[in-house]
Design a protein around this ligand. Structure first.
Ligand SMILES: [Zn+2]
Length: 388
């Protein structure tokens, strides 16, 4: 069915002036050695739109605002394209000039970043039209960013130098070192109210290393102030080398601990230490324990697992997306090579990025992007709208 106009359920939001080429995203594989291969196509005829009703469409998805196919095209709306999930580790209170490595890296491999470089990263993502969203919402297929903008997800592993406590205010709120990750995030939050600053922190048994009593209070503050906390195993082990019992202990201990501190308020998501195992094959049934098990009487489940991978994540709506191996971009600088931030965002900004229609209950994309008929796979009950 083709129509000139289309009705969606949100108030009209002024389209931002982003443009993006019409591309087909045909990424394959979930393995580290696979380099994404992609092709592009151009549309020359006047675009039209098509709505596919799903039986699960929520009642709110009817209504009153209209976008034309041309408006989708002009904004480059494409919700089958890819999403950057950034993986950061420690943030050190240093200028870039104070490190001997490239562009704000604090170590040889670029796992740790200076506060100067991290703050500049955040400003650059904002200026390029990215807006933050919660990882937990992404895993649920609920992507809520304004029309014409792209989702950005921040994650931090290990807890070290992410949340550094300096003391407590009289009103009981924490005072953070302004150069640690959360210190900078709070600064950016105040400066850019429309950035939706949020991040998910993956911790081990030592939490944030401010002393357990302090960390418990900090974690309560964090979940009340827009941040999420997830599982990075008890001892930061390679789960790919563990038997089923050890996996259950490593994963279950951490969920149990989180549940004691912030009951029901942590995310059931695990960041795999060292990205291991990268592939969960049927020949390794013990890996199922990453996703469900019992530790000391405490039953846990994981909705998703994050790799230490090198590039952007698939949209949760496409065939090759796998919540058991969500890829992340390492937050480092390597002169635009080897999948550093610059290389990844150059690709994203040249036609590979997810660009939202502003409505989390619809999936909108150029019809040519699903010409195979099987690239769109998971609709999460959303209404599907194609144009072109
Ligand atoms: Zn780690």
């Amino acid at each position: 069915m083709h129509m000139e106009m289309i009705i969606v359920n949100k108030k009209r939001i002024a389209a931002c002036l982003l443009t993006a080429s019409m591309t087909v995203s045909l990424l394959t594989g979930c393995k580290k050695d696979t380099v994404p291969s992609e092709t592009s196509s151009e549309t020359t005829v006047a675009p039209s739109v098509s709505i596919t009703e799903t039986t699960e469409t929520t009642p709110e998805s009817s209504a009153f605002v209209t976008y034309t196919a041309q408006e989708y095209k002009d904004a480059g709306v494409n919700e089958l394209n890819s999403v950057p999930v950034l993986m950061y580790h420690r943030i050190y209170g240093m200028t870039n000039a104070e490190t001997e490595y490239t562009g704000g890296n604090v170590d040889k491999d670029g796992y740790n970043r200076t506060s100067e470089a991290f703050e500049a990263d955040l400003r650059r993502y904002y200026e390029q039209g990215y807006r933050m969203m919660r990882l937990a919402d992404f895993v649920s297929g609920y992507i809520d960013v304004p029309f014409g903008y792209s989702p950005l997800i921040l994650t931090f592993d290990d807890g070290i130098r992410d949340v550094v406590l300096q003391g407590w205010n009289d009103d009981g709120t924490p005072v953070f070192d302004p150069t640690c990750a959360i210190g900078i995030l709070e600064k950016i939050k105040a400066e850019y109210p429309d950035y939706n600053v949020t991040a998910t922190f993956f911790v081990n048994s030592q939490l944030f290393e401010n002393g357990e009593d302090n960390d418990k209070e900090i974690m309560k503050w964090m979940v009340d102030n827009g941040y999420d906390i997830g599982n990075h195993t008890k001892d930061h082990v390679k789960l790919g080398s563990c038997d089923a019992g050890e996996i259950e202990k490593q994963v279950g201990y951490m969920y149990k601990k989180l549940d004691e501190i912030i009951p029901g308020q942590y995310v059931n998501i695990i960041a795999l230490p060292f990205g291991s195992p990268e592939v969960m094959g049927p020949d390794k049934p013990q890996y199922d324990k990453i996703f469900a098990g019992t530790y000391e009487g405490f039953e846990y489940t994981s909705e998703a697992a994050l790799l230490c991978a090198w590039t952007r994540s698939y949209s949760p709506f496409v065939r090759d997306y796998d919540n058991k191996c969500i890829r992340r971009i390492r937050g480092y600088d390597n002169g635009g090579k080897d999948w550093d931030i610059e290389m990844n965002f150059e690709q994203l900004n040249n036609g590979k990025r997810y660009i939202s229609d502003g409505d989390p209950n619809t999936i909108v994309f150029p019809s040519s992007d699903n010409s195979s008929g099987d690239w769109l796979k998971n609709t999460y009950g959303h209404q599907v709208i194609t144009y072109g």
